[in-house]
Design a protein around this ligand. Structure first.
Ligand code: FAD
Ligand code: NAI
Length: 479
């Protein structure tokens, strides 16, 4: 057989798996069908093209704009209100995306991975038809050329797509998914968002900062239920203070879209209402891309929600076929996909690759940022774990005060008897970077006492982590 590994999908899961496989000396191809608006292949998947990278570019640009408009006066910097060149902001975002696509193509070349731009479909090899798909029984057809590949191992990394509201298709003009919401050519005066999840909050923040009046309709009565309750409560306060109109416990009814805009009928806690907006972003979760490439033809097992069924090592029910990233269970995060990609490549090479799903950090890149790893206080208490809780507010942190952004807190949860850290939750500027210390600590099985005894530079926001660790033992020094 000519190939050791064929990877389908060049998102963060697929391209990382391909690189690791090639590093380990395996003959590897990676196939991806994403094309840029100019028709050129654009490896990098959702993350690079319409996800992590463009959203962070716009979050950064819009944060600068917001600071220039509202945040500099208190530092004694008086400037005329800034004007927005949205075309330039979008062109910069597109350039960052293109640079990332090019970087991935460079990495393919560097690692001698053959990159095939096209759409892959699975089928059973003619000589294997009628048998349970064994090692190498699945082959891949790559369109448009129709090239047929046989590989000892196939890694499925086809990712996910935005979930539409039932019966309401994305037109990317008025009813927008993440794709359209990252590419608007004008700031909509009134932007409606359905879903106060990660995309709703991040992209809602971008457009609010740039001048839109943003209303977010969320089905659940609880705000950001995946985060620690205390952190979510404080975050909600901060977002509402900024002007995000977040309405919880809302049931969406009819959605009418026309030349004048979009009208969303809904039932809320205070009765029925209609949200009139110029554009509507629907961000109610994502669905795995498990259809249309032959999963059923080869007998690949899917779960009830369409995710490819895998064991803890990302093995599917077919020998030699693996699946990773958004296509399988677990959080839909780029770094989770990467972890699985590396682990699978290592397993294929006979090593003990492993992705630790219990210690995958989560980050919401709003201002303040929200980041956590491990379990929430409510999850631990529901599981009957006795925990000690230490919190420390950024208002008592010298660096945060000096910077003029002291919103938020660090919360650390530790086992009552062993003191092992079970969760770290951060709300505040820089939380996305600070959480790495929590992840490292948990990966090494650290106790709160370990963190409390480690010297942290002064003045830094990281001191708040140490203070939260001290607070677990009721001996915070600065609060
Ligand atoms: P994908 O990135 O979806 O890549 C799959 C690739 O496979 C695509 O290029 C697809 O076109 C291709 N493909 C599918 N079928 C075929 C086929 N049959 N043949 C050939 N190619 C095929 N995660 C984070 O961790 N941090 C963030 O900040 C973050 N921000 C996000 C912001 C937004 C707006 C969105 C939508 C998502 C964000 N995510 C973020 C989530 C992240 O993008 C995904 O978790 C990640 O991209 C999943 O990686 P993947 O490799 O599994 O799949
Ligand atoms: P999400 O799962 O984060 O949030 C969806 C929200 O929509 C939930 O709060 C849910 O209760 C709500 N909802 C569902 N159906 C609804 C309905 N009919 N009416 C009103 N509200 C409804 O999903 P989202 O924001 O679409 O993002 C998809 C995924 O992409 C995330 O789960 C995350 O894994 C990933 N992502 C990660 C980012 C990051 O790491 N910073 C950034 C953006 C996306």
């Amino acid at each position: 057989m000519e190939l050791d590994v064929a990877v389908i999908g060049a998102g963060p899961g697929g391209y990382t798996a391909a690189i690791r496989a090639a590093q380990l000396g395996l003959r590897t191809v990676c196939i991806d069908d994403w094309t840029a608006s100019d028709g050129q292949p654009a490896p990098g998947g959702t993350c690079t093209n319409v996800g992590c990278i463009p959203s962070k570019a716009l979050l950064q640009s819009s944060e600068y704009f917001d600071h220039a408009a509202h945040g500099l006066g208190e530092h004694g910097i008086v400037c005329a209100p800034p004007t927005l060149d949205l075309g330039r902001m979008m062109a910069r975002k597109d350039a960052v995306v293109r640079q990332t696509n090019d970087g991935i193509r460079y990495l393919f070349r560097k690692n001698k991975i053959e990159f095939l731009a096209g759409r892959a479909t699975l089928r059973l090899r003619a000589d294997a038809a009628g048998t349970a798909a064994g090692d190498g029984a699945v082959e891949i057809v790559v369109e448009p050329e129709g090239r047929v590949l046989q590989a000892r191992n196939v890694i499925l990394a086809t990712g996910s797509s935005p979930r539409p509201l039932p019966g309401i298709a994305f037109d990317e003009q008025r009813i927008l998914s993440n794709r359209g919401a990252l590419a608007l050519d004008a700031v909509p005066p009134r932007l409606g968002i359905i879903g106060a999840g990660v995309i709703g909050l991040e992209l809602g923040s971008v457009w609010r900062r740039l001048g839109a009046q943003v209303t977010v309709l969320e089905a659940l009565p609880q705000f950001l239920g995946i985060a620690d309750e205390q952190i979510a409560r404080e975050a909600l306060k901060a977002f509402r203070k900024q002007g995000l109109d977040i309405r919880l416990g809302v049931q969406i009814g009819a959605v009418e879209s026309g030349a004048a805009g979009v009208a969303v009928a809904y039932r809320g806690a205070d009765g029925d209402g209609t949200l009139e907006c110029d554009r509507l972003v629907v961000a109610i979760g994502r669905v795995p891309n498990s259809g249309g490439w032959g999963a059923d033809a080869v007998g690949l097992a899917l779960d009830a929600r369409g995710f490819v069924t895998v064991d803890e090592h990302c093995r599917t029910n077919l020998a030699g076929v693996w699946a990773i990233g958004d296509l399988v269970r677990g959080p839909m995060l780029a770094h989770k996909a990467e972890e699985e990609g590396v682990a699978v490549a290592e397993r294929i090479a006979g090593k003990a690759g492993h992705a630790d799903l219990a210690r995958i950090p989560s980050v919401v890149y709003t201002d303040p940022e929200i980041a956590w790893v491990g379990q929430t206080e409510a999850q631990l208490r529901a599981a009957g774990r006795a925990v000690r809780v230490g919190t420390f507010p950024f208002s008592a942190n010298g660096r945060a005060r000096a910077a003029g952004n002291a919103v938020g807190l660090v919360k650390m949860l530790a086992d009552e008897s062993t003191d092992e850290i079970l969760g770290v939750h951060i709300l505040g500027a820089g939380a996305s970077e600070l959480i790495a210390e929590g992840v490292t600590a948990m990966a090494f099985g650290a106790s709160s006492e370990d963190i409390a005894r480690i010297c942290h530079a002064h003045p830094t926001r990281s001191e708040a982590l140490r203070e939260a660790a001290l607070a677990v033992d009721r001996r915070a020094l600065n609060f």
